[in-house]
Design a protein around this ligand. Structure first.
Ligand SMILES: *Cc1c(COP(=O)(O)O)cnc(C)c1O
Length: 513
């Protein structure tokens, strides 16, 4: 394999500078505002795919894939194996991401890739369990021979509108030399979400319930990142969806589920991915570029449809307002990871495969986005994107309708219950199946959350069926028990940066990490 695939560069950079995997992961966002990408995507032959990789367990496959993106001088084979094993030992399924095959019978070839068997019942666990272990690994190595006073400590600060905070907390709980502070708007997240975040006992975790909105919380986090002095003192870090290690960890399940769907041979496969920040489906793009013969990656969006509009018009344009939908984890104005795809498209179709030119093209686009709220790309670029991607936009009405339809139509297992994000994907998949009329194609629709986490939408769809019960049919015992555990949270009575900073410092002293 080309060793140059193991360095990283920024999507906005027009310099020759590259970073190591460790630097890209610890830094998160590049200093020019761009995202880190591996400019060389490692290639995997069909022989390796269908004679070797198709027979591997999820963990073995994760190791092989990650190995191609991380230099062994940074993380040795044995160290990487331990990181992978530890990261997926917390999952409830031995397959980590099992595939529910042919849920509506053989005619449709509709398979559901269940990504929610991690500790918080959300797809983000697949990446964040790995990222937490990786942070600890790098810090421990750095700190191993240093006296206590010189040890590097990381303070992770993030804001959540509900679902993602718990995946970050469960990824970092108990990790050495890392503390984590998650802000959420008081009274504006669901009881299950609050219970998941506030019942974690580990000393290095602190939730901050802030009297205000999610936007207030996010603004405070941004201000903290911008506060140079606070940052230097506490080494503030992020685990948000732009971290390269998250994308990397997500590549595995595209390979794994492909082999499960086709029986380990080459076949026609389309993936349908409920998308928001474009991190999940971008991992599918990497799998396809590595050589996995995927026909199409289908972007499924809710009413926040910047990606669907881009693919149809070539305009990348921010709307004025986020629509609050039934699939809140996909309620975004801008899909941050889309910038990574744009870099590869710019390089291939406008920059004659020149990394540096690609960086300056992307930099230009994002300057236009900042100044004018939009940019337009050349037809070559959209045509290039359409080779790999298709897109569908799904409304709230269709989301609830699809949850009910799948409950009624599923036979394997019968009365299969999906969450509203998964429903956006399946509704899109059904549309494509009807258009394609080709029963040799396998459709793998990604299921990104357990239905128990979005009780309101699921109950609204299924309440009309006699015999349906949320408690009995949806709620796992483990989540039910959370309501009986003591809650640990710190209340911040005003959405104010100084108050939050003071709370963090007070708690850090108590944590004595
Ligand atoms: C984060 C999330 C998504 C969207 O994934 P992206 O990587 O942001 O596109 C979809 N569904 C659920 C439940 C999520 O938590």
């Amino acid at each position: 394999m080309a060793s140059s695939s193991q360095v990283y560069r920024s999507t906005r950079s027009s310099s020759k500078d590259t970073k190591s995997f460790e630097e890209a992961v610890i830094q998160g966002l590049a200093s020019d505002g761009g995202l880190f990408i591996p400019p060389v995507i490692p290639q995997v032959s069909k022989d390796t795919l269908f004679n070797k990789w198709s027979k591997l367990s999820f963990q073995e496959l994760a190791f092989e894939i990650m190995r191609l993106y991380i230099s062994s001088s940074e993380i040795s084979d044995s160290e990487l194996k331990v990181l992978v094993e530890n990261s997926y030992s917390t999952f409830r399924s031995s397959e980590v991401t099992p595939l529910a095959k042919n849920i509506t019978g053989n005619k449709e070839n509709l398979h559901v890739l269940e990504l929610f068997h991690g500790p918080t019942y959300a797809f983000k666990d697949v990446a964040l369990q790995f990222v937490g272990n990786l942070f600890e690994f790098f810090l421990q190595r750095h700190n191993s021979n240093l006296p206590e006073s010189e040890k590097k400590k990381l303070t992770v600060v993030g804001a959540t509108s509900g679902d993602t905070g718990s995946a970050a907390i469960y990824g970092l709980r108990g990790k050495k030399d890392v503390s984590v502070f998650i802000l959420y708007p008081t009274g504006r997240i669901s009881p299950i979400q609050e219970e998941q975040m506030t019942t974690v006992e580990d000393k290095n975790v602190q939730t901050l319930s802030v009297k205000g909105t999610f936007d207030n919380c996010q603004d405070i986090v941004k201000a903290i990142f911008g506060d140079k002095e606070f940052n230097e003192r506490h080494n503030v870090g992020a685990v948000n969806s732009i971290n390269w290690a998250r994308i990397l960890a997500q590549i595995t399940y595209y390979f794994y589920s492909y082999f499960k769907a086709t029986g380990g041979v080459e076949g026609k496969v389309k993936f349908v991915v409920p998308s928001g920040n474009f991190g999940d489906i971008l991992a599918g793009y990497f799998a396809k570029q590595m050589g996995l013969p995927v026909e199409k990656l289908v972007i499924a969006t809710n009413e926040n449809d910047i990606l669907d509009r881009f693919l149809k018009t070539g305009y990348y344009e921010r709307s004025d307002k986020v629509a609050a939908t039934l699939s809140p984890a996909m309620d975004i104005l801008i899909s941050s990871n889309f910038e990574r795809l744009l870099w590869f498209l710019a390089r291939e179709y406008e920059a004659n495969n020149d990394d540096i030119k690609a960086g300056s093209i992307v930099n230009n686009w994002f300057q236009q986005l900042r100044e004018q709220g939009k940019f337009q790309v050349d037809n070559k670029i959209i045509d290039g994107a359409r080779k790999d991607f298709d897109s569908e936009r799904v409304s709230n009405e269709e989301t609830t309708k699809t949850i009910a339809e799948i409950y009624e139509r599923s036979t394997n297992p019968s009365k299969y219950i999906i969450d509203p994000h998964t429903s956006v994907g399946i509704c899109a998949a059904e549309r494509i199946i009807a258009k394609d009329k080709d029963n040799t194609i396998h459709y793998i629709s990604l299921s990104t959350a357990h239905p128990a986490k979005f009780a309101d939408a699921v109950n609204e769809s299924l309440g009309k069926f006699s015999g349906y019960s949320f408690e009995k049919d949806v709620l796992p015992l483990e989540l039910k028990k959370l309501s009986t555990l003591p809650k640990r949270l710190k209340f911040v009575e005003r959405a104010d940066v100084e108050l939050v900073k003071a709370s963090i410092e007070e708690e850090l002293t108590k944590m004595k990490l």
